[in-house]
Design a protein. Structure first.
Length: 267
């Protein structure tokens, strides 16, 4: 079998399709996006400067804009998303950023960059779009996110089918992200890691929430056929076996937050 192209890890058409589908009933499971947006806004409160023009990359339904509501010294916020159904100001994505060089003062992003194929290239475009001394503040899934679901799928398929496929997207290691920011030409890059645990009563409830968030599995090499009923029942059984006394399973979401500045003109 030919090696997978590292720049084609995710099916971007599927990512867009999943986001469009989520937009039709947005709010059904936006709690994680809202929590991370709130944390990102809190970080911005610590920055004592004005940002005449800011970009919300991956705005979805305007969650971050509602939380900011004039905070953070932002005078104008442009909402951009790859899904038309969210009705953003600009339809676009990080790998094909539709902004002129040195045109924005601040780029914010909540849970958008983890499905980018060429992350180094996307970070370079973001840095180029920033004015000198402009700020990038972005949070994305990383590390061991959904490791419980990954393990359950692997065990279930090995038991029922004799082999396991890919059912949970791979996520970047937070330790590598600072290096990628430096490679893209950012100054003073900082990457912080945090973990949010959300408890679920079943694997099906978890997968329903991921679908509602637009976070269904979008790897290029994901399985395209129907999953066997026996395998699905085994997934449910293995997941339930990991439940605590309350009958719920704690599911891990590792969040990497990137803070970096575009260099000043003097550099």
């Amino acid at each position: 079998m030919a090696a997978q192209n590292p720049l084609n890890l995710f099916d971007r058409r599927a990512v867009r399709r999943f986001r469009e589908r989520a937009a039709r009933n947005w709010g059904a499971a936006d709690f994680l996006v809202a929590e991370i947006a709130e944390r990102l806004a809190d970080r911005l409160d610590d920055v004592t400067r004005k940002f005449p023009l800011a970009l919300d990359l991956g705005a979805r339904g305007g969650v971050l804009a509602r939380i900011l509501n004039g905070r953070g010294g932002i005078e104008r916020l442009i909402e951009m998303d790859l899904a038309f159904a969210f009705r953003p100001s600009v339809v676009g994505e990080a790998e094909m950023l539709p902004f002129a060089p040195a045109s924005v003062d601040l780029i914010l992003s909540v849970l958008d960059l983890h499905h980018v194929n060429d992350l180094p290239g996307a970070l370079l475009q973001l840095r180029q779009a920033l004015k000198p001394e402009g700020l990038l503040l972005a949070s994305l899934f990383a590390g061991e996110t959904l490791s419980e679901l990954r393990r359950v799928w692997m065990e279930a398929e090995l038991t029922e089918q004799g082999g396991a496929g890919l059912h949970v997207s791979p996520f970047a290691d937070a330790r590598d992200l600072a290096g990628l920011l430096q490679r893209a030409g950012f100054a003073e890059p900082i990457v912080d890691s945090d973990t949010i645990e959300v408890s679920y009563d079943s694997a099906f409830t978890l997968m329903r929430d991921l679908r509602a968030m637009g976070e269904s599995h979008a790897a290029t090499e994901r399985g395209r056929g129907f999953t066997r009923r026996a395998t699905m029942m085994r997934v449910a059984e293995i997941f339930a076996a990991a439940a605590g006394p309350d009958g719920r399973v704690a599911v891990r979401f590792d969040i990497a937050t990137l803070t970096a500045w575009a260099p000043s003109k003097s550099r």
